[in-house]
Design a protein around this ligand. Sequence first.
Ligand code: DQA
Length: 143
Amino acid sequence: MSKVLVLHGPNLNLLGTRQPEIYGRETLEDIDNALREQAARGGWEMLCRQSNHEGELIDAIHAARLDGTTAIIINPAAYTHTSVAILDALNAFDGKVIEVHLSNVHQREAFRHHSYVSLRADGVIAGLGSQGYRLALEAVMAG
Ligand code: DQA
């Protein structure tokens, strides 16, 4: 069975109540549940992880190198704009990588316009809210 890892970065555990005018009213659990159903319908196994800690996100990427994970969908949140370490970890992963942002980062502050992760990502989706994760999963499952 093909396997996909969905990784959410810092503060995304607060979705639903965190700046809902920017990030929407769905909780992370709502988003993950919808993704899990979508993956199961396509015959894929899914692991969803959220962490507020850079090293834990890196450890999850390292684990994905060893456990047969075929693709990673990642919203690195603020680490998008700062983390060479997450970029390096993703560069050591051989499968497909899709970067997702709920908000349109290019419409926001200048510091959000640069993404280290985009240097590795096979595809980037921004500004479509939680639909971005579902479209990313569709792309992953399409191969
Ligand atoms: C975000 C955008 C980032 O700039 C921000 O730090 C986040 C969430 C998004 O999903 O729109 O925490 O990745």
